[in-house]
Design a protein around this ligand. Structure first.
Ligand code: ZN
Length: 96
């Protein structure tokens, strides 16, 4: 059911950039669908989003004033992680 071309709707880096919005429910319907298709097809991004989800849930139990900075720092770490690992691991959705 997963069409490879649709996976190319987003690169792994774009997934990383949208992970926060996805978890916050801020993505539009099309963005959300593309995001889901990519994460279903890409085990690396799937794991990546799962871990961010866990982190966000943990942060939600802390006072908001503290979580804002922690959250942006963590997202920065995740973005780095994605740059260094995800794109190297399987390219920018160019197939392979
Ligand atoms: Zn990916």
């Amino acid at each position: 059911m997963i069409m490879p071309l649709m996976t190319g709707g987003y690169t792994c880096k774009q997934i990383a950039e949208r992970a926060s919005g996805y978890l916050d429910g801020d993505l539009g319907a099309l963005e959300w669908a593309r995001f889901r298709v990519h994460t279903m097809a890409c085990s690396i991004c799937n794991e990546y989003v799962r871990q961010i989800g866990i982190t966000v849930h943990l942060l939600e139990s802390l006072p908001p004033t503290e979580t804002e900075q922690m959250r942006s720092e963590l997202m920065g770490l995740y973005a780095d992680w994605s740059d260094n690992h995800c794109t190297n691991a399987h390219g920018n959705d160019g197939g392979s």
